[in-house]
Design a protein around this ligand. Sequence first.
Ligand SMILES: [Zn+2]
Ligand SMILES: [Zn+2]
Length: 679
Amino acid sequence: MKNNHKDITIDDVQQIVHTTSAWKVVNSLLEKGLVSVYENMYENYQPKKEKYVFLTQQYQDEAQLKLLFSQLEKAPKQLNLLLTYLHLKQTQIDVLQTELIKQAEASSAQLNALLDKQVFTIKKIEVDRIKFDAPVELKPNILSSLQETAYREILDGFAQKKPVLLKGITGSGKTHIYFKLIEDCIAQGKQALYLLPEIALTAQIVRKLRSVFGNRIGVYHSRFSNNERVEVWKKIQHKQYDIVIGARSALMLPFADLGLVIIDEEHDTSYKQQDPAPRYHARDCAIFLAHQCKADILLGSATPSVESFFNAQAGKYKLVELHERYGNASLPKVTIVDSKLDLLNKTQKGIFSGQLVDAIQDSLANKKQVILFQNRRGYSPYVMCSTCGWVPHCKYCDVSLTYHKHTDQLHCHYCGSKSPYIKSCPACGNSRIVAKSFGTEKIEDDIKQLFPYARVERFDWDALKTKNKYSEIIRKFENREIDILVGTQMLVKGLDFEHVNTVGVLSADSLLSFPDFRVNERVFQLLEQVSGRAGRKDDMGRVMIQLFKTNHPTILQVKAHDYKGFYLEEIQSREEFQYPPFTRLLRITLRHKNQDTVLFAAQKLAEHLASLPKTILFGPAEPPIGRIRNQFIQEILLKMNKDTTVMQEIKKFVREKIVELSTTKNFTTVQVVVDVDPF
Ligand SMILES: [Zn+2]
Ligand SMILES: [Zn+2]
């Protein structure tokens, strides 16, 4: 390293030694006592300030002010500015400079003139970045008798110091119960944390919360800027917020006095952080946090995760159930639409079944709304040469490219790279490139052609890139300014729409083909949640699921809304194949730009781990997508005995072996990532 530098940063080291794992080098130097490391902290937070206008001391005096009026008669614009100020001051504590200029229809030159005459002064005052609209009128939160019973049972569970699992079918009004518990918590002078899987949901819930609790609600999620985060952080610490609502990271906030944690949609996969580290599961961490703070904790879902329901069955959690929908609503009727028959009888209209088109037609005629669900975004998930079968793949990843009509380009959904649409096949030269399968973009396009007068919007990752687009679409749909909403699973998570009575699920087969032991659980949860969007408020909704595999057991369970049936079948196969909740999983992922290097490294590591007692080892194996961003991937999976001490020993052993690998010749640059309970 350079001698002429006294101190260098890790970034410098990175550049000098041409590696992305500079910490490894630094750590080995640290161990040898050759270098020392220190960290510097600097304040990044900038309070937001706005300019306010004040009358100077001199003109606080009535007589002086009168004199000023007569002096300003020759400057009517300035006089008007002064009068506007005095008018605004009657209803506001402080007057914002921008507002004064706007209200008085004045120019900054005129304001400056009054500043020069020392009539006004301007002060910069710190303001909140996160602002709510005007205060709302508070509505009482009243429980139905069924909800009241469930609420009593929950309190019972809290008294026994157990986490409570509230299993309430979609539309049973779980939120009313949450609100009641929050009320109790605030009445005891404590803070409540309300976790949601997706920030898309917060807008709707915040509005409901504010109508019951007013303004002492903090919102926290990853789309906030650092400055906004600091403000929320401080207000929670100083107990200026009674309720905090947020996505998984809200868990890490410094609560002054936490009394209650609610995890809504507890089964949702978004609670697990995959990348980057820390790879934690917010639900499991919340249970730990609540235990530490002696706070009550409630998990809510219409389709609980197999783990949570298992814990409830085992008596570790208290189970509370709500079997009926709120009001007079009943669960929607689910129709399985056989795509084979549609093809045979030629009853389909493009990508839609004739039955679904009729249902949409009927909904629109009755001024109802429609949701169409497809778990793939873009226009067509892949394109193919119809002569030789060639499919364009990403240069950097082992995946086929998705065509997006909006950009007229091929996108890779793994690394984000884009390339031009291919007009002729590089393999055979033919120009018959056809779109295969379809995503949300094509559904939006096709449905607009079938129903040209319907107002159609898309709700998926591509359509929602901007910060406020989420709440805008949700608000428009609530206000019935949209007739048909086309979306991916983002749409599914707990949003409540009163006027939807048809939900269509297109090509559900694609959901059933995920290579994951949780595939049936995911499919059941997803389809049951999608169905739950239909038919609220005295109106029977209908759900149409289009697919080929019509006799798949999970599909039949969804049709019958049969959670118990699904659970019993699933838990049996989990036990048989030793998957969670009967074991814990530990996944080790190795990545390297050289395919052989990563394979040899993975084999070496697996060899070391094979001797571990009380574990079952799988792999190394290439995952379904074996290369992402030009990095080749190998995976090792361990099924671990659930005993805590055994698990600690296993983790210690794995850690040692990984360190050993990272110092082995040829493998120092292999990236190794460990994830416990990765799915
Ligand atoms: Zn071809
Ligand atoms: Zn890619």
